[in-house]
Design a protein around this ligand. Structure first.
Ligand code: CO
Length: 134
């Protein structure tokens, strides 16, 4: 069912420092910072040959990554995103197998304009998984 690794999301306490690290020390192609107020994050994309690393930093008072940063003040891996061809059939297959989809279970539009779902990390060995249609 799952396809390629779409991205790995890393929450960082300092976006500029993290951007400089990936650009200057790791030698990667790094985008400028983009505010996504509807998602409560500021993002920077690190483009790799085979995938993307998303650097995330909280934006606003109700950011979904604020609590994570409080628990992990140095930053850390927040979630992995796997691509799926059809998010509705992926959801059906997961729920039939007993895997829990977070929220109301309905796909919502993610940071890249495509429908996404998040899966309960207790079902996936402690890793928050995002599925993105694409
Ligand atoms: Co993501």
């Amino acid at each position: 069912m799952i396809g390629r690794l779409n991205h790995v999301a890393i929450v960082v306490p300092d976006l500029e420092a993290a951007s400089n690290y990936y650009r200057n020390i790791m030698g990667a192609e790094v985008s400028s910072a983009e505010a996504l107020p509807e998602h409560g994050v500021i993002t920077v994309f690190v483009e790799l040959e085979n995938s993307t690393i998303e650097l995330l930093h909280p934006l606003g008072d109700h950011s979904p990554v604020s609590a994570f940063l409080e628990r992990n003040p140095d930053g850390g891996v927040h979630h992995l995103c796997y691509q799926v061809e059809d998010i509705t059939s992926a959801r059906l297959q997961l729920e039939t197998s007993g895997a829990r989809v977070l929220g109301d279970g309905k796909p919502r539009i993610g940071a890249h304009g495509n429908p996404v779902l998040f899966l309960h990390p207790k079902d996936s060995f402690g890793v928050l998984i995002e599925l993105e249609e694409g």
